[in-house]
Write a protein that binds this ligand. Structure first.
Ligand code: ADP
Ligand code: MG
Length: 270
């Protein structure tokens, strides 16, 4: 499986979280950083960043020459319009069984720093070849041009997302609140489905990245969409609970992953 997203040396999110999760699921992982950061961007001040946009075309060129073919791919934080286009081109040429795109654009109704309308347009291209996309509510609104609401009407939003995807592909909105629960919403037979777990106190870094890795891994292993989403929400909830139980002095380090790894290994044995 090709996993392309930022590599933040400190903070335990994105690529650092996806690699152990997918390795525990027995994937051979090609870990492709889309940019290098000294830390992730939440809680450590301004990170030292290396822009890899000159290196990535060389990577794809080499991989093409070496005839490396990936069966699955998971795309997270990309970072620039040029890189979105480069990835779109490369991925469309691969014959992938599964392409999962987490269209990282923003949160809480706002684009992340450094992103603009042109970036949203580039992301709309990158989701086109996807089998599964995992926008949060903010990203779902941005992709569809819907004014942001924290608790939007889900059916029209999901329908508009589906229209941007190829037939058979599935949009899953990831940070949906229903009563005291947080979870995922998607469409099945035109009906909105929801699977969630109790929302625990606090805000955590890397939950979305880990959820994306777990879902990509389970779907690639042939678990049904519904089973994959249920397991992913369950495991994320346990990981957040385990993180809370550590009584950390700071919230900036990503969630505790070892419980998820144990669940994955138990699943494979059972
Ligand atoms: P991100 O903002 O990193 O993209 P999300 O907020 O979408 O992440 O969370 C992804 C998943 O992580 C949720 O669907 C849920 O399963 C879990 N999660 C996130 N925050 C909490 C929380 N406070 N309590 C329980 N589970 C959570
Ligand atoms: Mg997210």
């Amino acid at each position: 499986m090709l996993v392309a997203e930022d590599l933040s040396a400190v903070g335990g999110i994105s690529l650092s979280a996806a690699v152990p999760v997918l390795t525990a699921m027995d994937y051979q992982v090609a870990a492709l950083p889309t940019s290098l950061l000294s830390t992730h961007t939440s809680g450590y001040g301004t990170p030292a960043i290396v822009d890899l946009s000159a290196w990535l075309p060389q990577v794809f060129k080499h991989w093409t020459t070496a005839q490396l073919d990936f069966q699955q791919a998971l795309i997270g934080y990309v970072g620039s319009v040029a890189l979105c286009q480069l990835l779109t081109d490369y991925l469309t040429k691969q014959s992938l069984e599964l392409l999962v795109v987490d269209p990282v654009l923003g949160d809480l109704g706002r684009l992340y720093d450094g992103f603009d309308a042109a970036y949203v347009v580039a992301m709309r291209q990158l989701i086109k070849p996807a089998d599964v996309i995992l926008p949060n509510v903010t990203e779902a609104c941005l992709l569809t041009g819907t004014p942001y609401q924290s608790q939007p009407e889900l059916a029209p939003l999901l329908q508009q997302l589906q229209q941007q995807l190829k037939s058979g592909a599935q949009a899953i909105i990831t940070d949906v609140t229903q009563d005291d629960q947080i979870g995922c919403a998607w469409l099945a037979n035109d009906q909105v489905q929801f699977s969630g777990q109790q929302r625990l106190p606090g805000h955590y870094n890397g939950t979305g990245d880990t959820l994306a890795a777990v879902l990509a891994g389970l779907l690639g292993r042939g678990y049904s969409l519904e089973r994959s989403i249920r397991l992913a929400n369950q495991w994320l909830n346990q990981a957040v609970a385990a993180t809370l139980a550590q009584h950390r002095a700071s919230e900036r380090q990503g969630i505790a992953l070892s419980g998820i790894l144990r669940e994955i290994l138990a699943l494979d044995q059972g």
